[in-house]
Design a protein around this ligand. Sequence first.
Ligand SMILES: C[S@@+](CC[C@H](N)C(=O)[O-])C[C@H]1O[C@@H](n2cnc3c(N)ncnc32)[C@H](O)[C@@H]1O
Length: 244
Amino acid sequence: MKDKVVTPYQNRLSKKEQVAGMFNHIAHRYDFLNHFLSLGVDRLWRKRVVRKLALNQPSAMLDVATGTGDLAIAAARKIDNLNVQGIDIAMSMLERGKQKIVKSKLEHRVQIQLGDAENIGFDDNRFDCVTAAFGVRNFENVAKGLSEMHRVTKPGGQVIILEFSQPGKGVFAFFYRFYFRFLLPLMGKIVSGNNRAYTYLPESVEVFPDREAFTKLLGDAGFANCSFKPLTFGVACMYTGHKA
Ligand SMILES: C[S@@+](CC[C@H](N)C(=O)[O-])C[C@H]1O[C@@H](n2cnc3c(N)ncnc32)[C@H](O)[C@@H]1O
């Protein structure tokens, strides 16, 4: 099942084009739905990432698949003198993000622009840390994206990836699965007006590599000391690695 490719729509466009189209379509409701459907827990997950980043006091960060910029903004707020670049393939998500950056008065330290994770337009060894929150699952070619993230990380720098994951067994997992597969798609469809975005979400999580397998992919991309930390009963997972 894990080799199955799940795309947002059934049409002839590439996964990348479909993903960009879908996020462009739901951008106006994306932040609201994120916080509403996760009961605000998504903010706590990003805070965990930022706390870990802050330990190394980085000065240059790349946030891949930055979307509306939540992780980029949270990192710049918490870490003094941090400069953040963000890239994403969905222009409408970036437009929302740019408004938030201006509102947070962070334009001088956070810049986000169109850019593809699988062909990153920055020099080798440019960033102290490279992050991606809930983006990797959407890449067309995950190995290519990870290897690009490794290329632009400085030696000694780190990668942190936040991604949905599957909780194991037990009562929580049972109710969560029901919520994630049935209630969330229904509420997402009503609020976003997009039929597929919130059914694609659980489908894409189901075919995403499990924690051990994804940690191995990080290692295959060149990162060393790769590890993972399940969050909130394993609903999400934070992956870390270093560039030697
Ligand atoms: C679920 S959103 C996450 C946005 C943001 N990181 C957050 O935490 O809210 C996934 C984002 O990944 C972006 N994305 C998917 N494939 C990408 C790629 N190849 N390069 C850059 N961004 C990509 C989508 O456009 C979308 O904005």
